[in-house]
Structures are given as structure tokens and as C-alpha cells.
Write a protein that binds this ligand. Structure first.
Ligand code: GLA
Length: 380
């Protein structure tokens, strides 16, 4: 496994085992900028480290969104209606700069079905309303995941038929609710094992149903909304990693069996010293495109060590630039989504235990960073 894969498995490990498990495994998981993480993945609100050095980058007059639109690109960001409610500037900036939106947490199972069988679309509908008001394209994530589970599904194995019923009902109810208003769905998120080969076994679905749950959820999603673009989304496979190879083979087999998968989402959470070489990213996108699949960059952020220097910010800009160059050069990579847009509300300080920060393109005071200008220059 390459360094990208190793680092991101640590992240997944943090998600599932928390700090206690991490302490036991620290010798194996040598950090670059994350070590004693507690993981505050729900709110994304981490401690407030010192501001990054000031810069004099200005926002493009019409925002990045007009530049992106001219290139036919959906440029999106993760959005939280709760944050918007208390911080109107958050809404102004995202609406000015982005033509795409993804709900940061509000379309996950733990929000949509906190109580089993009672669907709560309130927060997700607030996101949809914001997107509609500002003419933004919505990606929906994720229908099926081993994480972000409500209490009634956490640490559970259900009888097989019951688990099938839960997933089927969830997929049909949710997809029909949003039908026609979403341009791409992540049907399954992070379904592949990090250890390889095969599927991830954490969470209730694999154990309750067996590996065939994957095929079933894609077929149901297609039945629920035959027009919908259905994606598989994962991390640690942005470049030509071992996991990306496994994903490629697996998706190829699913397609050969007629499973309706239409696209691959590359999460693209990377760090300054752990990111795939650009030619590999290009090659990876192209091989999925050659299978007839679209590729989206779905959760881009570039983590800096805490107390980032001006040089770190410049290096971050180079990485952001590269991702956009790769997307524009690809035969079919029409969407790039960032996991947030301002360091004020990023999930990175929380998940990295405060060792990483400043991963996005606006600082805590909504000042554009060099990465902003780098993206603008690629889109111009
Ligand atoms: C994963 C998921 C996202 C989000 C982030 C962190 O990458 O795919 O939906 O939960 O973790 O918030």
C-alpha cells in the first residue's frame, strides 16, 4: 500500500475505533499531521488554532462559479444549513463561489432516520432549498455507508431479510423524495476493505446480508429513479494505488454483471506530503472513463500541518491547481466538490486531533487563500 493509502487507512481507523484504538496502534500508524485524534466528524468544528499567515489574494469578481460554468464544470462544496443559520456570510460566500452543493451530513442515515422508519428530511430539505434559490447542482451522499449510523443500527447484525428491508426502504424513500433534484448519487460509500482483497466488513450491512448487498443496493437505486446517475465513492484511490486497482477490477466485474454503476467518486482528502502524483491521477481517471464511467472529485481538501507557513499555503495551491488541471484534461470528470470551503468550519482539525488544519480555499475570515487563485487561474 502506498503512503496515500496508509495514511487514509489511519483515518478510517480513527473513524471506527477512536482514540483508544489509535493509542494501541500508534507505532504502526506514523503520522504526518494527525496523531492523537478524537475525531469530531459530525460538526467539523475543531479547536481554533492560530490564523494562517495573511495573504493578499482577492476573490474573483463574479466568483469561481462563473469561471467553472464557462468550462462546463460543476464546482461544489459541502454545506451545512445549521452553520448558514448562525453565520450568513457562510451562505453569501458559498452561493457566490460555487455552482454545486453537497449536504455535509444531512443526507446520512443517522440524520434521515435517527428514529427507525421515521424519515426526517428537514435539514436536507433546507440544503435543497438553498441550492434551488442559488441555482446550484446537488450531489447526494451517501445512501449506504458503514458509518454515520443511528443508534438503532450501530453495532448490530440484523436477520438477513430485515437488513435487506431496511436498505430497500431507505433507498426507495430517499431517492423518491429527492427525485429530479439531484444530479448524482453516491449509492455506496467506502465499501471496499482497506486491507484488501474484498469488501469492508465493518458496519451492519456486510455481516447481515453478505457481499451481495452491493449489487442489490445499486439495482434498487436504479429502480427507484432510473434517471439517476449512480456513483461508488471512496478514499485512498485518487491515484494509481493498490486500492484504486482493486476498485477498478471490482467495478469492472459489477458492470459485466449489469449492475448499474455510472460513476466513481474520488474523495481526494490529501496532505502536503501525502498526495498522489498528478500523472497517476490522470491515468486513474482515464481508466475509469474508459469503462464508460464518469468520475467526480467528491470531497477535496488539502490538509496542512497546524501553524502552516506561507510556503505551505503555496504548496497547497499547487496541489489544488493540479486536481483541477486533471479534471479539466479528463474525458469525463465534470464535477469537483470540496469538503467545505472555509477553514472556519472544516472537519480537519477535529479528525486530526488538532494536528492538521487550513485545508480549504478560504481562511477563517473568508479571505481567499493562494489555492483560490490557483483554481481561478486554471479555470480562466
Ligand atoms: C467521509 C464521508 C463524507 C464525510 C467525511 C467527513 O469522507 O464520505 O461524507 O463524512 O468522511 O465528514
Amino acid at each position: 500500500m502506498n503512503s496515500e493509502g496508509r495514511d487514509l487507512s489511519r483515518r478510517a481507523f480513527l473513524k471506527t475505533t477512536g482514540a483508544a484504538g489509535l493509542a494501541a496502534a500508534l507505532p504502526l500508524l506514523l503520522p504526518s499531521c494527525s496523531s492523537m485524534a478524537q475525531g469530531n466528524r459530525k460538526s467539523g468544528l475543531g479547536p481554533r488554532p492560530p490564523a494562517v499567515p495573511k495573504n493578499d489574494v482577492r476573490s474573483h469578481t463574479d466568483g469561481l462559479r462563473s469561471l467553472a460554468a464557462k468550462k462546463g464544470l460543476v464546482l461544489g462544496a459541502a454545506f451545512s444549513p445549521g452553520v448558514f443559520k448562525k453565520d450568513p456570510e457562510y451562505g453569501e460566500v458559498i452561493a457566490r463561489e460555487f455552482n454545486g452543493l453537497v449536504a455535509e451530513n444531512d443526507m446520512k442515515l443517522d440524520v434521515l432516520q435517527r428514529v427507525r422508519g421515521q424519515f426526517d428530511f428537514g435539514p436536507a430539505d433546507a440544503t435543497m432549498a438553498f441550492a434551488r434559490q442559488h441555482g446550484m447542482n446537488v450531489r447526494a451522499v451517501p445512501l449506504v455507508w458503514h458509518d454515520a449510523l443511528p443508534a438503532w443500527a450501530t453495532d448490530r447484525t440484523f436477520p438477513r431479510e430485515e437488513a435487506l428491508g431496511i436498505l430497500r426502504d431507505h433507498i426507495f424513500t430517499v431517492m423518491r423524495h429527492f427525485r429530479g433534484r439531484v444530479f448524482a448519487w453516491d449509492v455506496l460509500n467506502e465499501g471496499l476493505s482497506d486491507k484488501g482483497p474484498g469488501l469492508r466488513e465493518e458496519g451492519p450491512w456486510y455481516h447481515s446480508i453478505g457481499p451481495e448487498y452491493v449489487e442489490k443496493v445499486y439495482r434498487w437505486a436504479h429502480e427507484a429513479d432510473p434517471q439517476a446517475m449512480l456513483f461508488y465513492n471512496d478514499y485512498g484511490m485518487d491515484g494509481m494505488s493498490e486500492k484504486a486497482d482493486r476498485c477498478y477490477q471490482w467495478i469492472k466485474e459489477l458492470l459485466a454483471r449489469g449492475v448499474p454503476v455510472h460513476g466513481i467518486g474520488l474523495q481526494y482528502h490529501v496532505q502536503l506530503d501525502k498526495h498522489p502524483p498528478l500523472p497517476e491521477v490522470t491515468q486513474n481517471i482515464r481508466r475509469f472513463n474508459d469503462l464508460g464511467l464518469a468520475v467526480h472529485i467528491t470531497e477535496l481538501d488539502v490538509w496542512l500541518p497546524k501553524n502552516a507557513t506561507a510556503a505551505d499555503l503555496q504548496q497547497q495551491a499547487v496541489i489544488y491547481r493540479g486536481v483541477f488541471e486533471a479534471a479539466l484534461a479528463a474525458p469525463k470528470c465534470p464535477a469537483v466538490f470540496l469538503w467545505g470551503f472555509t477553514d472556519r468550519y472544516s472537519w480537519v482539525p477535529g479528525i486530526s486531533g488538532g494536528t492538521c488544519d487550513d485545508a480549504l480555499i478560504f481562511d477563517r475570515d473568508y479571505r481567499p487563500k493562494p489555492a483560490y487563485e490557483a483554481i481561478a487561474s486554471v479555470l480562466r
